[in-house]
Design a protein around this ligand. Structure first.
Ligand code: NAP
Length: 267
């Protein structure tokens, strides 16, 4: 069934005010869905709305901190006034580059180990934030009898990645939520499809490479390991989300969009 034949509800993209989330929100809106982008920073939300409007794409905005159950509850209460929700993309996330151990810098020096606070923050945003948003979205859809779809944005790091153990473990947790929730919610007609990008060639990466030549050289080595020899464009990840939304038989799975394989980051 195409969108023009089916009932179109609204889409919500949490973590949609910049980067991949913003590209995903624009693609969903361009596909004909009233779309709200949600994030913490009101100024960035407004910039995102204006930039989309300049391209002829209409987005609504709402503030949320996805690690706060109260804030997530308020967001969904606000959305209830805007109509039926049938797509919830959970894109709020942050990478952390931190090996478990760092050897001493000089002979006799101290080893340093991964901090517990940075572990907690990474798991809190990437895993607990997705849990809170997905839980509320599923509840909203179940109450209204909507056969909707939850789309967590994970990462090809999820099976394990050098120097990214907290982030990879959190994303693996989200893959597990995807499979568990698909089993539980299938009888309600609610689907759960994770989208796993490889490395994305976005504005933040380009800015970091311009600022730090060593990082640019490192990323170039990674790029050579990708079978397609390039990183993803944001719209290529957004296209996969639109596909996950449209294909009514996809659930409990991870769509990997990584140009044929994620580079091993071992330095
Ligand atoms: N970029 C890549 O190469 C790549 C690759 C694989 C997977 N991913 C995944 O794709 C997603 C988007 O990545 P990105 O690189 O586009 O990120 P980004 O540019 O840093 O954008 C992150 C978005 O999440 C929002 N956000 C952060 N913390 C939040 C919170 N506590 N509550 C609500 N919103 C919050 C940010 O807005 P505020 O800060 O204003 O809240 C922003 O809108 C992430 O889940 C990431 O793990 C990215």
């Amino acid at each position: 069934m195409t969108n023009s034949e089916s009932r179109i509800g609204q889409a919500l993209v949490i973590g949609g005010s910049r980067g991949l989330g913003a590209a995903i929100a624009s693609a969903l809106a361009a596909d004909g869905r009233p779309t709200t982008v949600a994030a913490r920073d009101a100024g960035q939300l407004e910039r995102c709305r204006k930039q989309a409007a300049e391209r002829g794409v209409e987005l609504s905005t709402a503030q949320v901190d996805t690690v706060s159950p109260e804030s997530v509850g308020r967001l969904f209460a606000e959305l209830a006034h805007r109509g039926e929700l049938d797509v919830c993309v959970m894109a709020a996330g942050r990478n952390l580059s931190r090996p478990l151990l760092r050897p001493p810098r000089e002979p006799g020096g101290a080893w340093t180990a991964h901090g517990v606070e940075e572990w907690r923050e990474t798991v809190e945003l990437n895993l607990t934030g997705t849990f809170l948003a997905g839980r509320e979205a599923a509840l909203t859809m179940a109450r209204s009898g909507t056969r909707g779809v939850l789309v967590p944005i994970v990462s090809c790091t999820w099976p394990g990645s050098w120097g990214q153990s907290a982030y990879a473990a959190a994303k693996a947790g989200v893959v597990s939520l995807t499979r568990s929730w698909a089993l539980e919610l299938g009888e309600l007609g609610i689907r759960v499809v994770a989208v796993a990008p490889g490395v994305v060639d976005g504005a933040a990466l380009r800015e970091k490479c311009e600022r730090l030549p060593a990082h640019a050289r490192y990323m170039e080595r990674l790029r050579q390991q990708v079978p397609l020899r390039r990183f993803a464009a944001e719209h290529e990840i957004a296209d996969a989300v639109v596909h996950a939304v449209a294909n009514q038989y996809l659930t409990g799975t991870v769509l990997e969009v990584a140009g044929g394989g994620f580079p091993a980051r071992i330095p």
